[in-house]
Write a protein that binds this ligand. Structure first.
Ligand code: SF4
Length: 230
């Protein structure tokens, strides 16, 4: 296999890993509801926490109020923060949730689909006016809707850099554009989920399990570790 193309990596990972819906709360929320606003809220809550904590915080939030722009725009930020406390960083996340709910109500009549019209760049620019909403959050929502964008999280960025598929330095857009350019045929969402699972289970941040890795023959990081050991 030549890992010059992300498509090749995705095909290898698809053979090796089994994806389970419950491992990705934002995805599961979208699959069950087909509501991109609920997926957005789940994605905001999921920042820097586990899927289990995200699920718990989301459940508590849905007990507080309906997860819709209209309902959340009326709930005090403090109440949202208290509901999503299990996910951590609750004040900042609550401000982001309340902020995007207000934006959708005031500028799009409560219709989140209208806020998602236009190019990827236009939607990013629109939603990222809300503090706490960044590239990844917007891209996850668009990707779930089937838009041709590969959202990058911390696991994906690490894996991509180790494999030499993305530049060693640079922020979100540097990695995202490099990976997007490498993905020609495979589905961005499938690539996203497989790379996250791979980063969580094998290419971990600390002590990656290189000995069991099906990609080690093509991995720049692994080659550099071998060279150091010589
Ligand atoms: S060989 Fe190691 S560092 Fe390279 S992709 Fe596999 S697990 Fe990650």
């Amino acid at each position: 296999m030549s890992v010059g193309r992300l498509d090749d990596v995705v095909r290898v990972l698809e053979r090796e890993l089994r994806l389970v819906d419950e491992e990705f709360v934002a995805r599961m929320v979208y699959m069950r509801t087909r509501d991109p606003f609920k997926a957005l809220v789940a994605t905001i809550i999921s920042q820097n926490t586990t899927e289990a904590s995200t699920a718990r915080a989301l459940r508590r939030l849905s007990e507080l109020c309906e997860i819709s722009p209209e309902a959340l725009a009326r709930v005090p930020v403090e109440a949202i923060a208290e509901a999503i406390r299990p996910a951590g960083l609750q004040e900042a996340k609550a401000r982001a949730i309340r902020g995007v709910a207000e934006l959708v109500v005031k500028e799009y009549g409560g219709d989140f689909f209208r806020a998602l019209e236009g190019t990827v760049e236009e939607v990013r620019e629109r939603l990222m006016r809300v503090s706490g909403i960044g590239y990844k959050t917007v891209d996850v929502v668009l990707m779930n809707l089937g838009r041709p964008v590969l959202a990058v999280d911390t696991h994906i960025a690490r894996v991509a850099r180790r494999l030499g598929l993305a530049p060693a330095s640079g922020g979100y857009l540097a990695v995202q554009r490099a990976l997007q350019a490498e993905l020609e045929r495979e589905d961005p969402l499938k690539a996203h989920l497989l790379l996250i699972k791979f980063g969580r289970t094998i290419c971990r941040a600390r002590r990656p399990r290189c000995g069991e890795c099906p990609l080690r023959g093509e991995c720049k990081y692994y080659a550099s570790q071998l060279a150091k050991a010589d």
